[in-house]
Design a protein around this ligand. Structure first.
Ligand code: NAD
Length: 457
């Protein structure tokens, strides 16, 4: 595929103004909805072929999320697109003021492999709804999902409107070398940095949905049994390969033993005696990631798990007991089914550990002390989070989803995805029937009047 040519033809198509027509966007999105429903079983199969993702998890975390977002977009596209009237300022009297939403133009979306379907289509829906033309690059690490993504897009859209470009790093680099009107990237922090640099070349606005080391704090008042249950789910769903998975656990030392016992029971209940034989337990996406994770297990003590099998890319649900903060497992984002447990005695211990890392994408607190939860929310900066559960803030489309600091720039979901892909154009329309003379020179004797007007706003 000739990438510069594709980008140019998308820009030419955008210039025809067709995508500014809401009914054009809506018709295209309805066609997409039909195709996504028609191909749902193929999508589920592709996800299973890529990393043994179960049908249940595929529906829960991929297909149903995209279909729900799409339904919401179709329902709200007209109201989201409408210019929004805001109060005019007295200084401009008489006037009216409105915010117009306009598509950026031709946008690039780069997706990761870990939720390869959802994280490709969810931003794409917003980009199309907002009236852009778009090029989507799925991850090369999940080739079956990448292929079906391309097939769906080719079946639904004019290629000048939406195209999928498959490929790995060289393709991604060639795409990034083009001039885009917006870049939406989901992936790791180091590649996020590369994307930000490429975008800076043309002052292209970006959303960077990145990762990080998301802590989970369990205090001595928490409902330990429920915390263990919810953490087993949140940590091991998708084989621990979730950007907002709790990365490591800080637990009050008085409840450590009880927690581990419940956690063991819950792993057993969820995945059986041998999780390797469970249909619900996914695999590590490739051997490179498998080897990276196995390195983290060297020289560590386990409270549960620790078993690995390279040919199957299997790593058992594992708790690493009290690793040092300098250990391999505590260096960067884990992104696998390994849960380091560090016990603490007081809030200062929590602060010391958290201070070692950059602002995380998520933070979780299990407690029955409202005051403690509020303090954690107020004291620490993080993308988003949940009290007494993990990852579920993702599922509320009314909440912005995104990072802060190294965990990312911008946020999306629901209406915010539409807004992400729209430039907000503020326009004042002046009335001609009155022209207050205060602002015009000569200024002599007008300062007091100006100050009064500025005060009122
Ligand atoms: P990745 O950064 O390796 O790859 C993401 C995309 O970038 C892929 O499409 C890949 O082809 C491309 N890419 C890789 N190297 C590149 C390079 N040198 N130049 C240009 N493009 C390049 O990430 P991944 O392994 O696919 O996903 C895992 C990471 O993504 C984790 O860090 C995770 O936390 C993060 N993530 C974040 C979110 C979020 O919403 N914030 C969601 C999922 C994953």
């Amino acid at each position: 595929m000739n990438i510069p040519q594709l980008v140019q033809s998308q820009k030419d198509f955008f210039a025809t103004q067709q995508t500014k027509d809401i009914s054009y966007r809506k018709t295209a999105l309805k066609r997409l909805q039909k195709e996504l429903i028609r191909r749902e079983n193929d999508i589920i199969k592709a996800l299973n072929d890529d990393f043994k993702k179960s049908e249940y998890e595929a529906v829960m975390t991929e297909t149903s999320i995209v279909l729900a977002e799409l339904k919401m977009v179709l329902k709200n596209i007209h109201s989201w697109s409408k210019p929004k009237r805001v109060l005019p300022s007295l200084l401009n009297f008489p006037s009216s003021a409105k915010i117009y939403k306009e598509p950026y133009g031709t946008v690039l979306i780069i997706a990761p492999w870990n939720y390869p379907y959802q994280l490709a289509f969810a931003p794409l829906l917003g980009a199309i709804a907002a009236g852009n033309t778009a090029v989507l690059k799925p991850s090369e690490l999940t080739p079956n999902t990448s292929k079906i993504t391309r097939e769906i897009v080719e079946a639904v859209f004019d290629k000048n409107h939406v195209s999928v470009v498959e490929g790995g790093v060289p393709v991604s680099q060639e795409l990034l070398a083009q001039r885009w009107d917006y870049i939406f990237f989901t992936g790791s922090v180091p590649i996020g940095r590369i994307v930000a640099k490429a975008a800076a070349e043309h002052i292209t606005p970006v959303t960077l949905e990145l990762g990080g080391k998301s802590p989970c704090i369990v205090d001595e008042t928490a409902n330990i049994k429920l915390a263990a249950k919810r953490l087993v789910w949140g940590k091991f769903i998708n084989g621990g390969q979730t950007c907002i998975a709790p990365d490591y656990l800080l637990i009050h030392k008085s409840v450590k033993e009880k927690f581990v016992s419940h956690f063991k029971d819950e792993v057993f209940r969820a995945y059986g005696e041998n999780p390797q034989t469970s249909e619900d337990y996914p695999r590590i996406v490739n051997t490179r990631n498998f080897d990276r994770l196995v390195l983290m297990l060297e020289n560590e003590q386990f409270l549960i798990g620790g078993q690995t099998e390279r040919e199957d890319r299997y790593i058992a649900p594992t708790i690493v007991d009290e690793p040092s903060l300098d250990s391999e497992v505590m260096k960067g984002e884990i992104f696998g089914p390994i849960f380091p447990l560090i016990s603490y005695e007081n809030e200062q211990d929590i602060a010391t550990t958290l201070a070692k890392y950059d602002k995380p994408l998520a933070l979780y607190v299990f407690t029955t002390r409202n005051k403690f939860a509020k303090k954690m929310i107020a004291d620490y900066s993080f993308g988003g989070g949940t009290i007494n559960d993990t990852t579920v803030h993702f599922a509320n489309h009314r909440l912005p989803f995104g990072g802060v600091g190294e965990s990312g720039i911008g946020g999306y979901h629901g209406k915010q995805t539409f807004d992400t892909f729209s430039h907000k154009k503020g326009v004042v329309t002046r009335g001609n029937w009155l022209d207050i003379p205060t602002r015009y020179a000569p200024y002599k004797g007008k300062l007091k009047q100006l100050k009064t007007l500025m005060k009122i706003g």
